[in-house]
Design a protein around this ligand. Sequence first.
Ligand code: F6R
Length: 242
Amino acid sequence: MKIYKAKDYADMSRKAANIISAQIIMKPECVLGLATGSTPVGLYKQLVEWYKKGDLDFSAVKTVNLDEYKGLSQDNDQSYYYFMHKNLFDNVNISVENTHIPNGMEQDSEKECNRYSELIKSLGGIDLQLLGIGHNGHIGFNEPSDSFEKQVHCVDLTESTIEANKRFFESAEDVPRQAYTMGIKTIMQAKKILVVASGEDKAQIVKEAFFGHITPYVPASVLQLHNDVTLVADEAALSKIY
Ligand code: F6R
């Protein structure tokens, strides 16, 4: 595992955006696995800036997002579809048909999970998967549990995740209780993984995930078994390691 220590959030965003840019430049038709949440916002902003300067071309890039709330429509401003369009897709020259996000409005979980798994396979897998990390070690919506879920699946969100995400909704009651997410195997099959973490509140989980036991109770700890993982984190998030 490679660890890049960034000074602060802005530096973390720039370093992570550099890694994604390098991937796009090396393989313009690459498949990027993307994440939402607050941590990647700065890196998406940086990518948009470089695109506007003419340094990046998304015309052949394909994307698959990690997850989506079940029950939120695309025009709901808390859906991950909305987030991705606002923060990246609407601001660069990516073709909408090359962007993929689980369909939160599909009520038939089995149908949606199979469709999304098949879609990722049909794209030939993921070249670079971007991940944030939850305070409880979740990646995507793979929550702590006594086993790893392999494939794309529908999850019941834990109280801790509902609590962490309620800041985006009017109240905790408005946070959806279920989500579609790539499974651990889906994530682990990505050729490269890029994890971003920022802030002191992530320091404990970063330490447990990357230097603790590999356990489904800390889902991100499984990343220690991947051959090509890069962690880009700011000093605050690395403060319990160095
Ligand atoms: C979002 C996702 C989540 C977040 C995690 C960290 O697509 O997959 O696992 O990466 O909840 O969120 P932030 O960055 O808001 O701390």
